[in-house]
Design a protein around this ligand. Structure first.
Ligand code: AMP
Length: 273
């Protein structure tokens, strides 16, 4: 496995990869969710590049970028054991210049839901993803459904900016008790972790209602809020797969989304129905 940190190093390593390249962008603190993306990339491509970069432009000033978990040595070990070919671990100064064009997420899809509570977050996500795709020039890039709105916006960017990369959605990996894996789960105390289970629980209950053909979004969302108590969601929303607000669930074309603080930790989760 080759580890590179400068743009020049990455470019020269990329040049010799002649067959299909799969790319998995991450912010590190790798867990089984990340690993499932990495494994899928290794399965489906001749070469796999993983990036580890805690991207400052997707954090709001009010969010604690410096506290984001960093575990580079363990991450590199995970990548090596999985069979990754190249890990790109750039420095901030190599990725960003003072003077450069800015990319803005489409307001109607990038400043709602996550974007309402984290305005400019998706601008930063798209900015770094575009740079990383330009550098790695992958045939396929792997993104988790866990960050459903991010996945939608990246797919939209790839399509509308005519990028030569397939954006491949990957299933959400959960703990045995339902909690969606997240690098932020390490912040949870034992008690908070127990509370956090209500998030996946309310999503499962929503799915049950839908299977009983109870499709009215308002009623489903009320039931979910009840299950979450005493946690209070930042948002509980049901949208179509292209992130339009809907009033009735359309089975096969809907996503149920939750964002919720558990103590000081902000968690998101969703199900695709
Ligand atoms: P992050 O390091 O949080 O930026 O995540 C890197 C990639 O891993 C993103 O595409 C995420 O959607 C994906 N990811 C994070 N958690 C999970 C999970 N529990 N299951 C599947 N994919 C995930």
């Amino acid at each position: 496995m080759i580890i590179v940190s400068t743009i020049d190093e990455l470019k020269s390593v990329r040049e010799v990869l002649q067959k299909s390249v799969g790319f998995v962008p991450t912010m590190g603190a790798l867990h089984a969710g990340h690993l499932s993306l990495i494994r899928k990339s290794i399965d489906e491509n001749s070469h796999t590049i993983v990036s580890i970069f805690v991207n400052p432009t997707q954090f709001l000033a009010s969010e604690d970028l410096s506290a984001y978990p960093r575990r580079q040595e363990a991450d590199l070990d995970i990548c090596k054991r999985a069979g990754v070919d190249v890990v790109f671990v750039p420095n901030i100064d190599d990725i960003y210049e003072d003077i450069e064009p800015l990319i803005k997420a489409p307001p109607s899809k990038g400043y709602t839901l996550e974007g309402e509570f984290r305005p400019t977050h998706f601008d930063g996500v798209l900015r770094v993803v575009l740079k990383l795709l330009n550098l790695t020039r992958p045939k396929n890039a792997y993104f988790g459904k866990k960050d459903a709105q991010q996945l939608y916006l990246v797919q939209n960017m790839a399509k509308t900016l005519f990028l030569n990369t397939n954006i491949i959605p990957c299933e959400i990996v959960r703990e045995h008790d339902g909690l969606a894996l997240s690098s932020r789960n390490v912040y949870l105390s034992q008690e908070e972790r127990q509370e956090a289970l209500k998030i996946s629980l309310c999503l499962r209950e929503a799915t049950k209602l839908i299977m009983q053909k109870k499709l009215t979004c308002k009623a489903i969302k009320e039931k979910m809020q009840e299950i979450l108590k005493p946690l209070k969601a930042q948002y509980i929303e049901i949208v179509s797969r292209d992130f339009e607000m809907i009033e009735e669930v359309e089975i096969g074309n809907s996503i149920i989304l939750v964002a919720c603080f558990v103590g000081k930790t902000r968690l998101i989760d969703n199900v695709w129905v």
